[in-house]
Design a protein around this ligand. Structure first.
Ligand SMILES: Cc1ncc(COP(=O)(O)O)c(C=O)c1O
Length: 389
């Protein structure tokens, strides 16, 4: 679809002015795709078998309420069945929650840079995003976020670990934040990367859900379970909040195949096998972060399946231009995700990608420092060029 095409019918000007969510580019040369925080492991054999079995019933809709899967997830969180809501990816539930809570002119608060879908979540309902810059350590500035909550705020989105920068929110900071937020404001704890977190001080949805009726925890099968292409995620929280999210959801959008794959992923043997894979990815992540730090790069705490290279003035622990570094990667067949004016996110991929990343970054930094292609004004709006994963 051409972005500048003139539509033949009357459409909403605010929608026309907003670029669509842009997925990470597909590779055009042999190399590594490290641009969408995907899992480099193919699904486990048992999961693939479950997908194949269920595919035979593709002429049927999936079961409406998917009680077996929800019951299993409810058990992990110690909540009742109606405290779990499934979505076609956790991003679907993000849209539903903002739409259910925030109408025209209402505000929702999020950190920035953070998940690139956030600024557009209010587009359908007319809600306004309020972006709060991260701290110098690339962490959520929770005091500033609490201060940004006004009479008009209906939702606060917390991303932990933060995509794209990596740090997780600490439990003590989360508790202090929740004490400042009015109890009638919905807080969403987006834990898409929770399974990769190794910081013992990080907040964990299960531990805090019971203390806050205004909290919804989001998780996904896309990242640690490697089912990104099947689209299944879930929210856990107050049944009335989740019921409202269900009311604005697109009916029947979670497929039976996704449900079967998720169920197979939660079988005890599959969870054990997957835990080994997660441990392997964490080892690779830590090695990648350590290798970059050895080169003098100030990589923030990396708690997801990705690392962050900040854009900084020469000699200040980053690269002068995120776009130039990403272009250099692409030239050599490896795709990474630049955030113009902020930095570059690199997903943890195949073992062979690690030395390649370190080599390309090292060679890039040997070159004359290029002038910043985007001089880093802080900017986050519904017009932010979003791109996937
Ligand atoms: C922070 C965060 N939340 C949610 C999502 C959405 O994941 P999915 O819709 O695949 O569950 C992503 C995907 O990259 C993400 O980074």
């Amino acid at each position: 679809m051409s972005e500048n095409a003139v539509p033949p019918v009357r459409l909403r000007p605010d929608v026309l002015a907003t670029p669509a969510y842009r997925q990470g580019a597909a590779p055009t040369k042999p190399g590594f795709k490290l641009s969408s925080n995907e899992n480099p492991f193919a699904p486990l054999p048992g999961v693939l078998e479950a997908i194949a079995r269920r595919a035979e019933q593709t002429n049927r809709y999936g079961a409406a309420a998917m009680p077996e899967l929800r019951a299993m997830l409810a058990g992990f969180f110690g909540v009742s069945l109606d405290g779990v809501h499934l979505g076609a990816g956790s991003v679907a539930i993000l849209y539903q929650l903002v739409q259910a809570a925030a109408g025209p002119g209402d505000e929702f608060v999020h950190a920035w840079p953070s998940f690139e879908a956030y600024p557009s979540l209010g587009l359908a309902s007319g809600a306004v995003p309020v972006a709060v810059p991260l701290t110098a350590r690339s962490e959520h500035d929770l005091d500033a976020m609490a201060a940004a909550v006004t009479e008009r705020t209906r939702v606060v989105l917390l991303c932990t670990p933060n995509n794209p920068t990596g740090p997780a929110i600490r439990r003590a900071d989360f508790d202090r934040f929740m004490a400042q937020v009015p109890r009638d404001v919905l807080v969403v704890l987006d834990e898409a990367y929770r399974e990769f977190v190794t910081d013992p001080d990080a907040v964990r949805g299960e531990d805090v859900l019971r203390d806050h009726r205004n909290l919804v925890v989001l998780r996904t099968f896309s990242k640690a379970y490697g089912l990104a292409g099947l689209r299944i995620g879930y929210g856990v929280g107050d049944p009335a909040i989740l019921g409202a999210a269900a009311s604005v959801s697109i009916p029947l959008s979670v497929t039976g195949i996704a449900e079967s794959a998720a169920l197979a992923s939660l079988a005890p043997e599959a969870r054990a096998a997957n835990a080994d894979r997660i441990a392997e990815l964490v080892t690779r992540r830590d090695a990648l972060a350590a290798g970059l730090r050895e080169q003098g790069i100030a990589v923030p705490a990396a708690q997801g399946n990705f690392v962050w290279i900040p854009e900084t003035a020469p000699g200040e622990g980053g690269v002068p231009s995120a776009l130039a570094l990403a272009a250099d990667f692409a030239e050599q067949g490896t795709l990474v995700r630049p955030f113009a004016g902020h930095g570059v996110r690199i997903s943890v991929g195949e073992p062979e990608s690690l030395p390649e990343v370190l080599r390309i970054v090292g060679a890039h930094r040997q070159q004359e420092p290029a002038p910043a292609m985007h001089p880093a004004p802080f900017r986050a709006s519904a017009g932010t060029a979003a791109s996937g994963g």
